[in-house]
Ligand binder design. Structure first.
Ligand SMILES: *Cc1c(COP(=O)(O)O)cnc(C)c1O
Length: 423
């Protein structure tokens, strides 16, 4: 075999071994079912299908039309949405399309500040800034880790934004969408709910339902708490459907990664069948993990509000060496997490923030429940509080992980981290 090819094959195999023997706790990731992974490796990934179902610019799209139409139908059913576009290839891409559909350059957008949990695509560095929007931020209650609804209403009436954005990357509690809806029409604003992290919870009816609470558009990557292939979708009301479709194509995408749309359709079918059980367990696991970490002495955020209502939790390690060091020590024990900005951190210094963010979505997908969460809290405590050598804790991580190698909440859960074919 060519040595460069060998190098890539070896690195990929080693990556699989690492993830088979780790606790994957980055809140934005997940694992797809074997069927989804086979579809991702199919010929669909070689093709183009610009345009809408039934109206393509290229020939050869007969079966691609069937696949995309099915994905749209399943998404409409799962999310009870008037209109769905499954073509955005990522969450940032979907947000750029949403902002393009609803606003012109120089219009004002209000969103969460990045240290408060907001995503860069809501800020000047990314989609919102690139669309040329002016940006202001939601008043935030650091203790409750949520938008301060009363101050938000005042601010919306005062600054009259064109777009009100909800959703976050550190997203513990439902946002005040209803409250914003009560004043949005008065100032001529539309509401975009970025469901990135919580799309799987919404699908499983365990979080707020943004379309029912008054969002005009909901966007979201399909690979975070929603356990599908990487990509995104947009759910919206009929009155903005044409604007959204045009902003997606020809506006902000050309190829929409057709292999991922086939995988998405299957993941939607999985969530229609298993989504409610999956979402319930994700939230229970997050709450148990938070309580156990708190009991062991860690500074878990939002004790007074029950720590979390999503799949995420966060804790402050500024007094325990800082986020960078703690995340790196956890990695040495095969516990894969990320350091995270907290509201009291400086956005211009993202290298060593105070927080660690954890998500339970992937562990739950692997079949873990309350007792495993307690075990994991103890492993984290041994590293972060007892300062035990991570290399020693690693063996216990690997043995905890041994019995959890299959994907659950799908029709065919063998071999979660096996390679999709022999090589
Ligand atoms: C992850 C995330 C995105 C971006 O999704 P990508 O698929 O990575 O582009 C957008 N918004 C929020 C709130 C996110 O957490």
């Amino acid at each position: 075999m060519n040595s460069d090819v060998r190098y890539i094959m070896d690195a990929t195999k080693a990556h699989h071994e690492l993830f088979k023997n780790s606790l994957p706790m980055i809140a934005s990731e997940n694992v797809t079912s074997p069927t989804v992974r086979r579809l991702i490796a199919s010929d669909l990934g070689h093709r183009y299908a610009e345009g809408k179902v039934g109206h393509r610019y290229y020939q050869g799209c007969k079966y691609i039309d069937q696949i995309e139409a099915k994905a749209i139908e399943l998404a409409k059913r799962l999310f009870d949405a008037e209109h769905v576009n499954v073509q955005p290839v990522s969450g940032v891409n979907a947000n750029l399309a949403a902002f393009t559909a609803l606003a012109e350059p120089r219009d004002l957008l209000i969103s969460l500040d990045v240290p408060d949990g907001g995503h860069i695509s809501h800020a000047k560095f990314s989609a919102a800034g690139i669309r040329g929007l002016r940006i202001t931020t939601h008043p935030f209650d650091e203790k409750k880790m949520n938008v301060d609804a009363d101050l938000m209403i005042k601010k919306i009436l005062e600054v009259k934004p064109k777009v009100i954005v909800f959703g976050a990357s550190l997203f513990l509690f439902p946002h005040p969408v209803k409250e914003a809806r009560s004043v949005a029409d008065e100032v001529g604003a539309k509401i975009v709910y970025d469901a990135a992290h919580v799309l799987g919870l919404i699908a499983g009816k365990r979080f707020q339902d943004p379309l029912r609470e008054g969002a005009d558009i909901a966007t979201g990557p399909t690979h975070k708490s929603f356990p599908g292939p990487q990509g995104a979708l947009i759910l919206c009301k009929s009155d903005v459907a044409d604007a959204v479709d045009n902003a997606v194509f020809p506006g902000t995408t050309s190829n929409h990664h057709l292999h991922h749309k086939a995988g998405l359709a299957v993941a939607l079918a999985e969530m229609l069948t298993f989504g409610e059980d999956y979402a319930k367990q994700m939230v229970t696991n997050a709450q148990v993990l938070a309580q156990s970490l708190y009991d062991s002495g860690l500074d878990v955020l939002c004790k007074d509000s029950g720590f979390t209502q999503s799949h995420q939790i966060a804790f402050d390690v500024s007094k325990r060496g800082g986020g960078a060091k703690v995340a790196s020590n956890l990695e040495k024990a095969n516990i894969i997490t990320n350091k995270n900005l907290l509201p009291w951190d400086d956005v211009n210094n993202p290298g060593d923030p105070s927080g660690i963010r954890l998500g339970t979505q992937e562990l739950t997908r692997l079949g873990m429940k309350e007792s495993e969460m307690k075990g994991i809290a103890d492993l984290i405590k041994r590293i972060v509080i007892d300062e035990e050598k991570p290399e020693r804790v690693k063996n216990d991580v690997i043995s905890l992980r041994k019995d959890y190698q299959k994907v659950h909440y799908c029709f065919d859960g063998e071999g979660a981290y096996d390679l999709p074919f022999r090589w």
